[in-house]
Write a protein that binds this ligand. Structure first.
Ligand SMILES: *Cc1c(COP(=O)(O)O)cnc(C)c1O
Length: 370
């Protein structure tokens, strides 16, 4: 008789479900025998612009050194990030996506008997990095789909080492303002690391969302995590970073894989950071697409959660599994969020104008059919 290797896994891992990514275009094409070129994917909050020519050029230049290990310290990218954000290079931790930064936090600060606090409907990676190391996830009920920061504060106890807050949050798109963050940080015990996940911060404007970096000098227990996957358009390459006190960065560095960010990703991130036009175009496209999807939802009589990300959670007022299937059959991939406790919603990433329109047209047909 063979033994059960699930039962042998540590209890936190047994209770996890694997992260469910957006369905790849080629997978749907295979399953339904569709032409991949005709499929629209609005499921993974990817940048619809495609890669910046400057990024492609930087990658091509780097190819000549493919036999070499990358710079394990990411000197040049750290230097550029430090310059841009007015911090010291030793405050920067580079990650294989910002997902990696979240994992480093889990490995460095969480363990059995300790816990991490985060919100209901928060990013799915928080429970994974918490339970993977045998720590306990303290999930705080959301308020109006967003983080209930006072309730999260109240959930912090002696065993809490980390609080994960996403601003804006994925998949809800909800956000909080500078004053709410200030009040929160002022009350979190200084022994608790606040991981402020700002994966979508580059899309925000007008001071509506706080810039987490503004709080670093006063809160040594703050770590701001950001990514090149969204507004900078490098999702495939996997580059993210944390900015924190040098002390926290030093700790994360101890558990980091030596060469966690590859050389093409490092070169691409440097080029992306310098490409102001691309970022401006990402934002413009996102603002226009958000307005387009909101208008489309309104026309279809659908509600949604106001969002400051590059996606929107649409409220169908009923289970969306059937609607999602019908969209897939028509070659439109969006993201079901039942796994996030939101079975009546679908999360739709902002695409190019024609992609958004295709989604709205197909959705209109699906809903008309009942
Ligand atoms: C997309 C996302 C990330 C990070 O993605 P990476 O590609 O790993 O950098 C982190 N947090 C949230 C909330 C996200 O939506």
């Amino acid at each position: 008789m063979s033994c059960d290797f699930l039962a042998l896994a540590q209890p936190g891992v047994q209770k996890l479900s694997p992260y469910v990514p957006g369905k790849p275009v080629d997978e749907l094409a295979r399953e339904l025998n569709l032409d991949p070129a005709g499929i629209v994917k609005l499921a993974s909050n990817e940048n619809p612009l495609g890669p910046s020519p400057k990024v492609l050029e930087a990658i091509r230049a780097e190819l000549a050194d493919l036999t070499r290990y990358p710079d394990g310290n990411g000197f040049e990218l750290k230097r550029r990030l430090a310059e841009r954000y007015d911090v010291q290079p030793d405050q920067v931790t580079l990650g294989n996506g910002s997902n990696d930064i979240l994992e480093l936090v889990g490995r460095a600060y969480l363990a059995p008997g300790l816990n991490a606090v985060f919100s209901q409907h928060a990013f799915a990676v928080y429970p994974i990095v918490t339970q993977a190391v045998g720590a306990t996830a303290k999930v705080v009920p959301a308020k109006d789909w967003g983080h209930d920061l006072p309730a999260m504060l109240a959930a912090i106890d002696e065993q809490t080492r980390v609080v994960f807050v996403a601003n804006p949050n994925n998949p809800t798109g909800t956000w909080f303002g500078p004053q709410a963050l200030e009040e929160f940080l002022a009350q979190v015990p200084e022994t608790v690391l606040v991981v402020l996940d700002e994966a979508y911060i580059e899309y925000a404007s007008g001071g509506e969302l706080p810039d987490g970096l503004d709080y670093l000098s006063r809160y040594p227990n703050l770590l701001v995590s950001r990514t090149f996957s969204k507004a900078f358009g490098l999702a495939a390459l996997r580059v993210g970073y944390g900015i924190s006190s040098a002390r926290v960065a030093d700790v994360l560095n101890r558990v980091r894989q030596p060469f966690n960010v590859n050389s093409l990703a490092l070169a691409a991130a440097c080029a992306a950071l310098a490409d102001a036009d691309y970022l401006a175009e990402s934002r413009r496209l996102n603002d226009a697409g958000m307005a387009q999807l909101e208008a489309g939802c309104r026309a279809l009589g659908l509600g949604w959660i106001p969002s400051r990300g590059n996606f929107i959670a649409i409220d169908f007022g009923r289970d969306t599994a059937g609607i999602n299937q019908a969209l897939l059959a028509a070659g439109v991939i969006v993201r079901p969020v039942a796994g996030y406790g939101m079975p009546n919603f679908l999360r739709v990433s902002i695409g190019l104008p024609e992609e958004n329109q295709r989604f709205l047209d197909v959705l209109g047909q699906v809903l008309a059919r009942g």
